[in-house]
Design a protein around this ligand. Sequence first.
Ligand SMILES: Nc1nc2c(ncn2[C@@H]2O[C@H](COP(=O)(O)OP(=O)(O)OP(=O)(O)O)[C@@H](O)[C@H]2O)c(=O)[nH]1
Ligand SMILES: [Mg+2]
Length: 614
Amino acid sequence: MSAQSMLRLALLGAPNCGKSSLFNALTGGKAKVANYPGVTVEYRKGEFALPSGQEIELLDLPGVYGDCGHSMDERVALDAVRGDLDGERAPDAILFMMDASHINTHLHNVLQAKNHGLPIILVLNMMDMAARDGITIDLTALEREIGIPVISCVAVRGSGRSLLLDFLEDWGGDVTHGSAAKPDPEQIDLKDLQARARSITSNAVSRVQKAETFSQRIDNWVLHPFFGIILLFIILFVMFQAVYTWSGPAMDLIETGISLLQRGAAAILPEGLITSLVVDGVIAGVGAVLVFLPQIIILFAFILLLEASGYMARAAFLVDTLMAKVGLNGRAFIPLLSSFACAIPGIMSARTIEQERDRLTTILIAPLMTCAARWPVYFLIIGAFVPAEKVGPFSQQGLVAFGLILVGVFFALLMAAIFKRTLTKGASSGLLIELPSYKAPVFKDYLIGLWDRGMIFVNRAGRIILPASVLIWGLMSFPTHATTTAQTWAGKVGGLIEPILRPIGFNLEIAISLIPAMAAREVAVSSLATIYSIGEVDTDVKLTELIAANWTLPTALAFLAWFVFAPQCLSTFAIIRKETNSWKWPLFAFGYLFVLAYFAAGITYHTALAMGLS
Ligand SMILES: Nc1nc2c(ncn2[C@@H]2O[C@H](COP(=O)(O)OP(=O)(O)OP(=O)(O)O)[C@@H](O)[C@H]2O)c(=O)[nH]1
Ligand SMILES: [Mg+2]
């Protein structure tokens, strides 16, 4: 079948109604799915075929609340439907999706969407949730009143999608042949549209009067002004404790594996440069980062659970007052929280913020959230200098990690307050967020999500850390007559920036490791591993032990302080450049983060020295 006759359908609808879930299920796509509004901020294409052979190209779009496109993500969705996206034709028809459990508040949106002038059907998703909440919908009456086909759906279940697929068999043919009905437009103003929607729902939707829904009952506690905050704090605290206390055995296993591999390679390969390249360069470098995989998995096991359950949006609601105090838009919470995985999706999800200035403030502070690439650095230094003991029932290392994250958050809030009073002055609006219903995670999606996060970490080891380790090994190994690090090529390159870093307590090895860390922050760890492995004959000595033996405590603390700000991630600046469409803001972000990192490291170093730490 030619590309021309492939049917292009767009998934339109309010945020969090299940568009990406359906998209993934039908096309085998990997769009991010989570239980809060504003997950998808960019369009995505995928394909699938109906049993009849009809091929369909499906567009997953960001959620929209109407047809105005107040924020950047909404504009992407509306442009896609109107055929205004660069290099993309308009879709042939619209699958308008709606969360059936929120039909009363959302119905006017589908009436408005009829104005796009494309064949359209209403996919009433989450029928299972509607049933849980005691909502019954008369689909025939609804269809008659709105004047377009209405299909019920449970996107996350195979059986829940079958009605939709059956319907598409016939309708798809009609759309292809141009015989599918185009709806009559409803060119009336929003108020009248809402009134009409109300009258339709009063005829077609009935609701068993329950005193409180399941979600409301839980929210009495979760959103409580006092207990709610305590619960949020406990959740975050337990998360970081778990990262430390549960990861031990798996880490030991990986460490043993790596050292066996090193010994095996040393035994098989001929003595000399090749062995050194494999053992000290590749295995030591890549292994030094891979050993933190268990921690990353545990961290994401928590984050994904919070995202899927519907708690994330509640957390945003709880901290809204605090955010407003520093002048941050309530919508900034979710982009900032996403930045704990990586600043790049975080910065992109700032698209959900309507006010341009607030979006910019959020983008500028997103790199201060502790991204997954910073974890290996924290783990390494904490592992080397903080004893693995308990303070009461708590892991001391977990407490320090939690502290570092809070420092990052504190500075993010501080910088936001400063930016909002200077660069990005202007009123912010409060948080208007629709709280999703609580849901148990879809187990398969949860595991896939966890697997994907783990693979991102492992792939980076292959794509970035491996070449960087080979590079550092090369620079460290030549000229072959060099007897000290300073005499090697790496030493010469590192020596260029070392004088700038010496006043803040950094040694030559750190200076060298920071250069390839421009590619990814965790490369600092793999580079240190390679640098120290080359001088070390015994492969069983752990990197933490080498660092503990070679660095003073003030240097280690300064290094940690540097990484709270860690300006050096090139991909972050590339995405800031793209999202702000200017060079000014990435350069500014780099500049301010660099100054902060430098002073934080310097102050930490000299304070530690003055306190007599060594
Ligand atoms: N119980 C139930 N949960 C569903 C159903 N469809 C989706 N979900 C869940 O609803 C949440 C939101 O799903 P998404 O697919 O991310 O929603 P979206 O419309 O793409 O959201 P945005 O990208 O924010 O616009 C996720 O937690 C899904 O697992 C359904 O039919 N039943
Ligand atoms: Mg989505």
